[in-house]
Design a protein around this ligand. Sequence first.
Ligand SMILES: [Zn+2]
Length: 488
Amino acid sequence: MAEIRDFVDLSLIAIDPACVMKVPAEFALKRSVLPLCMVDGDFIVAMADPSEVKTIAALRGALGVPVIAKQADPESLNEYLLKLYGSVQSIREDSARDDAVSTVDYLIRSAFIRHASDIHFDPGRDGMRVRFRIDGELEDITNIPPDLQPPVISRLKVLANLKLDERRAPQDGAFTWRVPDAFSDDVTDLDVRLATLPGRYGERVTLRLLETSTKRYTTDALGFSDEHRSVFEGVLASPHGLVLLTGPTGSGKTTTLYAAIQHLLELRPLNIITVENPVEYEIPGIFQSEVDYADRVNFSKALRSILRHDPDVIMIGEIRDGESLDTAVKAALTGHLVLSTLHTNDAVNAVTRLTNMGLERHLAAATLRLSVAQRLARALCPYCREPYDVTVQEAALCGIPELEGETVYRPHGCLYCAGRGLKGRTGLFEFFKPDAAISSAIASGASESEIADMRRARGESTLFEDGLSKCLAGITTLKEVHRVAGVF
Ligand SMILES: [Zn+2]
């Protein structure tokens, strides 16, 4: 049988956990076959020897779809199999151990491999639906049968030290999951926050996965255009003032703040202190304090005491009330660079939000150095994106007729993106950097739309325009830009 025999580098490709779930651990480990993903209706697997037709035929029979085997390096294949399915030893033990233990093991491990941010366990009439949030989108992974549902929930509660017999009240906890690296002796600590919510068919459980190992955030990885990047880095070089990142939850504001701090650390020796809830990523070389935002007294108290520690830069996870805003502005006026986030729709709206929270207009004008609105769009897989010409309808939908016929790209699906066509995310940005004229307009009470007009007159792009330029560059799709920054 002439199967495709091209070689795959497992460290570059993306594995779809839903495909892995379709092949029993015992079969995969015994036959050394690693399920990868579906591409154009074919089930793609990696094998040390793709000419082993018996294994391929057995899979084809069990799955009912064409199976294509790719060749992989036996050693790394084995390491991936162990990482995904656990060791052969633990599989043998599993028959004696609880199925629930191995199910939970497997799910956390594959969530880690797919870089999922959350795992959702949703009990329903016919068992429990398991979904991963990957790049901001929910993906169906598997369904846990009704008889396995109670032991799986118990296993999760045991891991997080929750009360097993408490099923009527929501609980939350945390645990650390150790993931060995397939290619070295390194171990990654996965910090997992777990929360339960009682429902009609049992408790719903959500796991949030935070990689606590030090991850480097750089300003190049955010998706800034060259112009935005130089403005951003320029503002960070100023010794004082307020820099705000705005956008809804999940728009990547915190990641941008971490990248800003990483950039500052490389510039010069600085005393950087943060107030966060929770600390999502540890950055060596700075002091990160964790405060409960719900407790306002504690939060403003922590913020005030930080000022006594002689900081150069203060990062506040989010400004939520007038009192912390007041402290932040005082710090920004007295020689500190203050970085924070706000929930607003666009960059200019930050001014309105600040004044609504009780800040005097002249203080807003005196402190605000930069306000950045941010959204995250899913990025195209660079290996399989397909070019096409913008249609008349699409151009009309964007409100830009001359866009018709320009080349943009759509997703297809390949081994590098687990057959999704989209992989990772890119930031879309809108910058608002008040100049002297705009600052004095803010101070003298200009309306939000007047300020927005002044900003536009300077030629600064909107979120949508930034997205559009990323479509033309083949980074993301028109559909994604409409979804996250749509004007209609
Ligand atoms: Zn691809």
